[in-house]
Ligand binder design. Structure first.
Ligand code: ADP
Length: 198
């Protein structure tokens, strides 16, 4: 399956993405993780991206799109599929992804939209900042990332809704429960004939 995981910072995309990957045997392509690696390795791309990541701002589209194009060119199995985590995050990125896929694998199967409460998310990010050493989990940066999500990325819900691809999942609660909700949705997408009327 060819999937996109959409959701604000701290919504559990990383956790749920790993589970979807394992369950469906598909690789996760996380642009946040790719940037993290590029920054740690001090590559030219990492150097261009670092100040944006540190500030909680979006890395400019052209840098993101170059990196994603490289990742796709490095090889994906179109039939098996993949899961994008944290990409696309802007309209131009979503449109570019559609073009890239039209020229290669074919369209997305679904967009999983993790819906969580903003206060819940800020509390999670604060907890995570204590347990993980992330570049961007300081409270003011976390707030900035939430605001950027609301302004730039949340409008993509409409884009994907119009394409008939959006599946909004309640992201609150135990990770196992959230995973079960996602599992049901993906099963219905993979086998629609078994789920008619449900
Ligand atoms: P989170 O979802 O918790 O914000 P990510 O690991 O997905 O964390 O992203 C961390 C940072 O990497 C973002 O705040 C942003 O600076 C950068 N980034 C990741 N993906 C993108 C993207 N698709 N477009 C622009 N910037 C991105």
């Amino acid at each position: 399956m060819r999937l996109v995981l959409l959701g604000p910072p701290g919504s559990g995309k990383g956790t749920q993405g790993a589970r979807i990957s394992a369950r469906h045997g598909i690789p996760t392509i996380s642009t946040g993780q790719l940037f993290d690696r590029q920054i740690s390795a001090g590559t030219p791309l990492g150097q261009r991206a670092e100040r944006y990541v540190r500030a909680g701002e979006l890395v400019p589209d052209e840098i993101v799109l170059d990196m994603v194009a490289d990742r796709l060119a490095a090889g994906v199995d179109c039939a098996e599929g993949f899961l994008f985590d944290g990409f696309p995050r802007t309209y131009p990125q979503a449109e570019a992804l559609d073009r890239m896929l039209a020229a290669s694998c074919g369209p997305l199967d679904a967009v999983i939209d993790l819906d969580v409460d903003v206060d819940e998310v800020l509390a999670r990010i604060r907890r995570r900042a204590h347990t993980e050493d992330r570049l961007d989990d300081a409270e003011d940066t976390a707030r900035r990332r939430m605001a950027v999500f609301a302004a730039e990325t949340a409008p993509l819900r409409r884009y994907y809704q119009q394409a008939g691809l959006l599946h909004t999942i309640e992201g609150a609660g135990d990770p196992d429960e959230v995973a079960a909700r996602i599992g049901q949705t993906l099963a219905a997408i993979a086998h629609p004939q078994l789920h008619l009327g449900s």
